[in-house]
Design a protein around this ligand. Structure first.
Ligand code: PLP
Length: 392
């Protein structure tokens, strides 16, 4: 069969299985609302956990403070960081991050995807083993696949299984790497970082924690679960992203000075790409500073999530996890599509998440909460879902 024929068959199959994806038409955003399909909907599908993405006051401050200078903050860096793209803002952000996390150094990347497909391939070799939580984000999985090291997945948050694999592997590999998300993006569950640090110590492994959904959403100063669990000092590399609670674009790694030097010299998605624009870096720096004082908003966000979880469970729904990401498991793709469509009719922008993003038969809707919501904004959701699915 020709390439075109095979592609057509594959797309037809996706349609038949209700897994065909199309890019949604998204209009203007205003605070916690977003315009889609000509309607104003409550935005429960973004990663803007602190509501800073459309903070007109902060944006005005940035544009105003930069004043005439902003025009000089180029919209492109025109080159990679190792050539002429290393704007002074990079140094300022990295110093700020290292001081905030009280660690030796930080390195800024173009995105979380760049970070995750670059770090493990740079650090590991074919003599090594990577152990990866089964529900880790696709960018982490892609990094594991690109790396020359052997790669195995342990059952989601099952640290006995991780230890079993570590025990099996101990003699056969030069170095074992453990990689996990802190807050899992698809089920809203939290990794047990204290236990992971203890396991890492006992087996002499190397621990990488992706805080994409934890940073900004947990703990007093917003470092994420590493701060909340008192593990900031002891995780070998903490990855954070600017594109979620920090309302910008890019990512960072927190690490030793030695590792930073090594990544600057060997990490391909760091070396071979155009650096971030200065205008974006200036904004990221401002948001980082601002969000540090948003501990009360973070506490509110987590208490709102707890309340919604309780209300959904009281209606009989399966609601895994324990964070501001609240998935409601619907089972079949069809059920998840129907529930999302109904919530949208009722004014809530909630999207379905289907296999292969999540395991078979656990299609779900994913409610992504934000600190600028009130309980009144979302209190009708359990009742609306019940009316679509009957008794779950
Ligand atoms: C856990 C996790 N890591 C990394 C990324 C990628 O980050 P970025 O959007 O900055 O590429 C995502 C994006 O959704 C994510 O959920």
């Amino acid at each position: 069969m020709s390439l075109v024929g095979r592609i057509q068959d594959e797309l037809d199959r996706l349609k038949m299985e209700n897994r065909f994806r199309e890019l949604p038409e998204i209009g203007e955003r205003s605070g916690r609302f977003i315009h889609s399909g000509g309607r104003r909907l409550l935005n429960l599908s973004s990663n803007d956990y602190l509501g800073l993405g459309d903070d007109q006051c902060l944006l005005g401050k940035y544009l105003g403070a930069a004043g005439g200078e902003l025009a000089r903050y180029a919209m492109t860096s025109s080159s990679s960081r190792l050539l002429t793209g290393n704007h002074k803002f990079y140094g300022e952000i990295e110093e700020f991050l290292a001081a905030w996390y009280k660690r030796q150094s930080a390195l800024v990347f173009n995105s979380g995807y760049h970070a995750n497909i670059g770090i493990l391939p740079a650090l590991s070799s074919r003599h090594d083993l990577i152990l990866c939580d089964r529900l880790n984000h696709a960018s982490i999985i892609d990094g594991c696949r690109i790396a020359e090291a052997a790669f195995r997945r342990y059952r989601h948050r099952d640290y006995d299984h991780l230890e079993f694999l570590l025990g099996e592997a101990q003699a056969g590999y030069r170095q074992v790497f453990i990689v996990t998300e802190s807050v899992f993006s698809m089920d809203g569950g939290c990794a047990d970082l204290e236990r992971l640090c203890e396991i890492r110590d006992r087996y002499g492994a190397f621990l990488i924690v992706d805080e994409a959904h934890g940073a900004g959403a947990f703990a007093e100063t917003g470092q994420g679960l590493c701060e909340a669990s008192g593990c900031t000092d002891s995780i070998d590399i903490i990855v954070g992203t600017f594109g979620k609670a920090f309302a910008s674009i890019g990512a960072y790694g927190i690490m030793s000075a030695l590792l930073r030097d090594y990544l600057v010299n060997t990490m391909r998605p760091f070396i071979f790409t155009t650096a971030l624009p200065p205008a974006v870096l200036g904004w990221s720096r401002l948001v980082l500073e601002k969000q540090m004082a948003m501990g009360p908003e973070r506490s509110f966000l987590q208490s709102l999530a707890e309340r919604l979880r309780r209300a959904l469970k009281a209606e009989g729904f399966s609601v895994p996890g324990e964070s501001h990401i609240v998935p409601v498991v619907m089972g079949s793709n069809d059920n998840a599509l129907r529930a999302a469509a109904h919530l949208q009719e009722e004014g809530f922008l909630v999207l379905p998440v289907r296999p292969p993003t999540v395991p078979e038969n656990t299609a779900r809707i994913r409610i992504s909460l934000r600190a600028d919501l009130s309980w009144d904004d979302i209190s009708r959701i359990p009742e609306i879902l019940k009316s679509v699915n009957g008794d779950p």
